[in-house]
Design a protein around this ligand. Structure first.
Ligand SMILES: NC(=O)c1ccc[n+]([C@@H]2O[C@H](COP(=O)([O-])OP(=O)(O)OC[C@H]3O[C@@H](n4cnc5c(N)ncnc54)[C@H](O)[C@@H]3O)[C@@H](O)[C@H]2O)c1
Length: 419
């Protein structure tokens, strides 16, 4: 069968999906677009003899003869580009996050519904070894009904800030708010349980010198406490605490399971702990099962990034396009289930951490209220609904900070070009 022809917008993170297409037998990369010529030159150098077209301009790129587009452009610009791609008849794979505003959320859902095409959200953390295994176990009923869960994505980006913000004062990473980047921590719990969030209470940490010396205008980390439709509760924490940590735990009505914690139980997302009774009320205290979840998979994904998880979202996206209805993709509704707690959680933060209800945008009647809601921290999109980037307002960080970050980036950029 013919390979699915993929175009990739954004050649930084997009490199991972380009890599997928080069290794996969179900897809091929036919076009790459980035407004930075040096990134296109790097891709050309590594093209391995493949027939790939290169574009600086999105409007030219989207006319290319291809079946699907991967959006690895700016995290706050995915929705408008997704809508353009769907309207041009292309299936869409969107990097995180799905939208920037409630207005975009309604528009994106309606564009997907109208197109009848595949929209797939690339929340790769859902596919890390321990999370894939927790989903499998949850679905077979191992721990019973979901009651409580925790998701943690701690990433101190200070060492890499020059190479991910380039010294640009208005780069989305500098303008984002504390609860924006919430789907790496919350997403796996939503994907595992399939439950919809119904309300959120959120908190923002203080801003400290680590933010200010790199130019980030948000609180250092965000916490969302999310109530799910069955009454279960999730704590999601993400942001720049000092040492990195990725960790998930789920408690059910007859057991619990969690991934290893890097600091205390060497093994990270490639180790899982499970303890479950046969029925609720048995109290048999069964031994804790501890194993490497990757031993349950027939696929070797070790050559892919983020502990092999980068393989799965692309693989399922392509399989869904090819007609496999059961392919484990994240659709537009679940993408928003993962993100609205962060978007609306920020309103909770700004309102003194009071609860905010999360609408069910699957229901067409709930959409009208949000159609004109452009509240966000991006001045280009918010208009009169512009929000401050943190609880203490939008800090005025001196240009010299960005100049210093830019100088470090220029050195790194030369290294990348000469690799
Ligand atoms: N899932 C993950 O593990 C993971 C990891 C890193 C980044 N990301 C996501 O990937 C996306 C990209 O992040 P990044 O780290 O590559 O940095 P980035 O957001 O700075 O880079 C975006 C790239 O897209 C290009 N671009 C943006 N708009 C364009 C346009 N209109 N036309 C042409 N090119 C355009 C830029 O030149 C840049 O190279 C973000 O959404 C980010 O959240 C996800």
């Amino acid at each position: 069968m013919r390979k699915v022809r993929v175009g990739v917008l954004g050649a930084r993170r997009g490199g991972s999906m380009i890599d997928y297409c080069k290794k996969a037998d179900n897809a091929e990369v036919v076009a790459i677009c980035d407004k930075e010529q040096y990134l296109l030159d790097i891709q050309k150098k590594n093209a391995d003899g493949l027939d790939i077209a290169y574009y600086i301009c999105f409007e030219d790129f989207i006319k290319h003869d291809m079946d699907a587009v991967v959006l690895a452009n700016y995290a706050n610009e995915h929705a408008p580009f997704a809508i353009k791609c769907l309207n041009a008849g292309k299936h869409v794979f969107s990097e995180v996050l799905p939208v920037q505003t409630m207005k975009e959320a309604v528009e994106l859902i309606e564009a997907v519904e109208k197109s009848g095409l595949v929209y797939s959200y690339g929340e790769n953390y859902c596919y890390m070894g321990a999370n894939r295994e927790m989903k499998r176990l949850y679905e077979e009923g191992k721990i019973g009904e979901f009651e409580y869960g925790e998701g943690e994505y701690i990433h101190n980006c200070e060492p890499i800030w020059p190479e991910i913000t380039y010294g640009q004062k208005d780069h989305w990473r500098n303008n984002m708010y504390s609860t924006f980047y919430c789907t790496h921590s919350l997403g796996p719990i939503i994907h595992t349980t399939g439950l919809r969030p119904v309300s959120v209470v959120a908190f923002e940490s203080t801003m400290n010198e680590r933010n200010l010396r790199i130019g980030s205008k948000a609180g250092l980390f965000g916490v969302e406490i999310v109530t799910l439709e069955n009454g279960g509760i999730v704590k999601s924490i993400h942001g720049g605490l000092y040492f990195n940590s990725i960790w998930y735990a789920i408690y059910g009505s007859k057991g619990h399971m969690e991934s290893a914690r890097e600091i205390s139980r060497n093994g990270h997302m490639n180790k899982i702990f499970v303890q479950a009774d046969n029925y609720s009320g048995e109290y048999s205290k069964p031994p804790v099962e501890e194993y490497d979840p990757n031993t349950k998979s027939s696929l070797d994904t070790s050559k892919f990034g983020h502990s092999g998880s980068d393989f799965y979202p692309m693989y399922y996206f392509i399989e869904k396009i090819k007609g496999d209805e059961k392919a484990d993709t994240i659709d537009v509704y679940q993408a928003l289930d993962m993100f609205l707690p962060g978007l609306l959680g920020y309103r909770s933060v700004l309102n003194g951490s009071t609860p905010v209800a999360i609408p069910n945008l699957r229901d067409k009647h709930e959409r009208d209220k949000w159609r004109n809601d452009t509240s966000c921290t991006d001045p280009k999109v918010a208009g009169e609904m512009l929000l401050p980037t943190s609880l203490i307002g939008t800090p005025d960080i001196p240009d010299s900070v960005y100049e210093s970050v830019k100088q470090k980036w220029e050195i790194k950029k030369e290294e990348l070009k000469n690799k």
